[in-house]
Design a protein around this ligand. Structure first.
Ligand SMILES: [Zn+2]
Length: 119
């Protein structure tokens, strides 16, 4: 797949295993999504990832065609991308990326994004 250039010096999300940049923090849509292993973050775009096989998966919000995404640096599974949603109300997720919260970290020191939340 095409690699999107990630600019150095911008807040970004990185692989928690090998620190490869996998997305720009600006691309964050929501951090309250459900991943397979807990919370997930939905992003508009990603970089430095490999796609797994397409598969249909029953998610909380219905059937979706998804492909797992893997870090190019260490091949850790980071989450998945939504290729197709069958429910019209879920179509906004098509082409977006869901990262498992524990698999990535936000790579800047000044925004304390990961403090315990109050929700
Ligand atoms: Zn990695």
């Amino acid at each position: 797949m095409a690699t999107i250039h990630c600019f150095e010096g911008k807040p970004r999300f990185s692989c928690s295993q090998c620190s490869t940049t996998v997305a720009l923090a600006d691309e964050l849509i929501s951090k309250a999504f459900s991943g397979r292993e807990g919370r997930g973050r939905l992003l508009h775009s990603a970089c430095n990832i490999k796609l797994g096989a397409h598969e249909q998966r029953q998610l909380l919000t219905g059937v979706h065609t998804v492909a797992d995404i893997f870090c190019v640096g260490c091949s850790t599974r980071l989450g998945w991308t939504y290729l197709r949603a069958f429910e019209v109300s879920q179509r906004y997720k098509e082409g977006k990326y869901l990262f498992e919260r524990e698999r990535i970290f936000k790579d800047n020191a000044w925004e304390l994004d990961d403090q315990p939340s109050i929700d």
